[in-house]
Design a protein around this ligand. Structure first.
Ligand SMILES: NC(=O)c1ccc[n+]([C@@H]2O[C@H](COP(=O)([O-])OP(=O)(O)OC[C@H]3O[C@@H](n4cnc5c(N)ncnc54)[C@H](OP(=O)(O)O)[C@@H]3O)[C@@H](O)[C@H]2O)c1
Length: 181
């Protein structure tokens, strides 16, 4: 199982304004920067409840018939996703990954700030692709948060695009859990 993050951030490290607004992101996702190729490679998305609620405000469900797992500790109305293939799970990230592996998934796309942070804390992310948008927004929902130990990364590549997007790809070299915990 490979668990990846593919996310856009402001240069100052936020993934949304404090109220969840994404108006600072390039319209329509911006120029092509690998998202379509990435999403085609994943078997399932694992998104936090807050990201799910934000996605429901978009004009159309953006994930087509891709399997989407919404994480929440409370009941969520999945019918709002229209024709999407959506299910709900909750619990420790390791159990979620195990369940999805048992159901045949090989590549997961984890999205949402808190959700990514919980998967990182659990040592479950292998790959990070972070696209920095050339804007400072000063405050907002952070991509990263506290960690129980350092997570060492291996830089794979940095790509830049004419509009100013700068995308860096990392592999997790050492998630600090080599003691088996
Ligand atoms: N810039 C980008 O590319 C990008 C990408 C994704 C999202 N965003 C933005 O980021 C914001 C959302 O991020 P966020 O950090 O606020 O929240 P989030 O990660 O989307 O959602 C957090 C919620 O997910 C649930 N959750 C997470 N892990 C769980 C687990 N293991 N078990 C059960 N429930 C779990 C909890 O829901 P309950 O409280 O219901 O239990 C938690 O409060 C939105 O504004 C979204 O638009 C931006």
């Amino acid at each position: 199982m490979t668990v990846s993050v593919f996310i856009g951030t402001s240069l100052d490290g936020f993934i949304a304004r404090p109220n969840g607004d994404l108006d600072w992101l390039p319209a329509g996702g911006g120029e092509p920067h690998g998202y379509n190729e990435f999403i085609a490679s994943v078997d399932a998305l694992v998104i936090g409840r807050k990201t799910f609620e934000k996605v429901l405000t978009f004009e159309a469900w953006p994930y087509g018939d891709k399997r989407v797992v919404v994480l929440s500790s409370r009941p969520v109305d999945l019918s709002a996703a229209g024709g999407g293939v959506v299910e709900q799970m909750a619990g420790p990230p390791a159990e979620i990954v195990s369940q999805l592996a048992a159901s045949g998934a090989h590549h997961l796309y984890v999205d949402g700030g808190i959700t990514i942070q919980r998967f990182l804390q659990a040592g479950l992310i292998q790959r990070l692709i972070i696209t920095r948008v050339p804007v400072l927004i000063g405050d907002g929902v952070p991509l990263f948060g506290t960690l129980p130990r350092d997570v060492r990364l291996r830089h794979v590549a940095t790509r830049h695009y004419p509009s100013g997007l700068v995308q860096s790809e990392y592999r997790v070299a050492d998630n600090g859990m080599s003691d088996g915990s």
